[in-house]
Design a protein around this ligand. Structure first.
Ligand code: ATP
Ligand code: MG
Length: 396
């Protein structure tokens, strides 16, 4: 094949002794993500992932798009490999980039020589190739300061590679190097973004969703599974735990003072999520909470809801403005699904005047008539585990 993707590693390069482990994880992830697109060879050399289509049937366009959502990559480009001599490099540029170059007002050549055995310096390569290109494209000016188009030449160990401008990668750390966490996924805008952000820091994500049939509909559940599917584009295949929450919500409604409904409900969510998390090897919870957004997201409320768990609760959105969250939701493609109008169980039995500055003592008193253990055990028995992956049919 005459084209190859080069993907530059991000923060992994800084990881010192763990670098090898990070690279292995990334290579594994890229191999898995390329599978649906055909036969690709994936290897890492000199802080660069090489992704090479191995036969004519490979879906190169699909693979290229997928490469943009792999964490651990800062930038990526499509290249033409060629032999390590000036004629081959020049010919490869003419064939592969000649049309792009013709459309530009000005250009320059930028060379990098990581094969130090190559007899010319990078500056000499740029001058020589730039001179030849200036002759064959006389209408495109040479401009080394503010060029309209840059032709890149990389002389590496195995071959030379020529390419145009690189594109930004997904950033972050390779999925799996940051451990595993359980994200409380609702049908809203925030929690899918929270899942994405922690996946970006290298976490494997599992999700839990609480639904209250018949107060919430099958559509609301499908919406959440669809949101999970959209997040798998970045995070990779995941399990979604669906927990029936109806009995707990009815028990709260029947036995607790109204102003504490949401707080008590959220304490159940946290505790049940932690139990499933521990059973599945997750070391943290993730929520889409955001300071001050609603009554249950004050510092005091978070203290009360966090009190039932003993693992960290990651809230990557806690200090962001709604607009910033929406921008990410739009970028990762979850926004349109999130704003579909199916209700969430949090909006069932919402108190008219929720308590915004609760103390733990007040909440413990408010929930004293509930048999917490029995309710939690029952909810845990209802758990349905569903595996979601990006190439599944969309649910909505
Ligand atoms: P979101 O947009 O993520 O729904 P929100 O602003 O609506 O967030 P809340 O409804 O207070 O906020 O929920 C706060 C967090 O609690 C959510 O981000 C999510 O992590 C979790 N959560 C809420 N409802 C559910 C649910 N039904 N199942 C699982 N987790 C939930
Ligand atoms: Mg919500």
């Amino acid at each position: 094949m005459n084209e190859i993707f080069l993907m530059k590693l991000g923060e992994i390069v800084l990881k010192g002794a763990n670098k090898r482990q990070f690279e292995n994880k990334l290579r594994q992830n890229v191999r898995r993500r390329m599978k649906p697109y055909g036969n690709f060879d994936v290897y890492i050399m000199q802080s660069t992932v090489y992704v090479q289509p191995m036969d004519e049937d490979a879906d190169v366009e699909g693979a290229w798009e997928a490469c943009h959502s792999i964490f651990g990559v800062v930038s990526l480009c499509r290249c033409r490999p060629c032999e390590k001599n000036l004629d081959s490099i020049y010919n490869a540029i003419e064939e592969y980039l000649g049309d792009d170059l013709d459309c530009a007002k000005s250009f320059k050549v930028e060379s990098k020589r990581s094969d130090k055995a190559f007899p010319m310096t990078s500056i000499a390569i740029s001058q020589e190739i730039g001179g030849r290109l200036a002759e064959s494209h006389p209408h495109v000016e040479v401009d080394v300061h503010h060029p309209d188009y840059v032709v890149y030449v990389e002389v590496r160990d195995l071959a030379a590679y020529v390419h145009g401008p690189a594109e930004p990668g997904a950033g972050g750390l390779p999925t799996g190097v940051g451990g595993r966490a359980m994200c409380l996924l609702s049908g809203g805008i925030d929690s899918p973004v929270a899942a994405y952000m922690m996946a970006k820091r290298g976490m494997e994500i599992e999700c839990v969703h609480f639904f209250s049939y018949p107060y919430t509909s099958q559509l609301a559940k499908d919406k959440v599974l669809e949101l999970a599917r959209l997040v798998t584009r970045y995070a990779g295949r995941m399990t979604v735990n669906i927990v029936s929450f109806t009995q707990i919500q009815e028990a709260i409604r029947d036995n607790c003072p109204e102003e504490f409904f949401t707080l008590i409900m959220r304490r159940f969510m946290m505790e049940i999520s932690q139990r499933i998390a521990k059973g599945d090897g997750c070391g943290a919870l993730i929520t889409g909470e955001n300071l001050g957004q609603v009554a249950s997201q004050t510092m005091e409320a978070m203290t009360v809801t966090g009190a039932v768990v003993d693992i960290p609760i990651f809230m990557p959105l806690v200090g962001m403005d709604k607009e910033e969250i929406v921008t990410i939701a739009r970028k990762i493609g979850t926004l349109d699904t999130s704003i579909l109008p199916y209700e969430d169980c949090c909006t069932v039995f919402t108190p008219k005047h929720p308590k915004t500055k609760p103390t733990l003592g007040q909440v413990l008193h408010a929930e004293r008539n509930l048999d917490r253990e029995a309710l939690i055990a029952q909810a845990l028995e209802s758990v349905e585990k569903i595996t979601v992956k990006y190439h599944d049919e969309p649910l909505l």
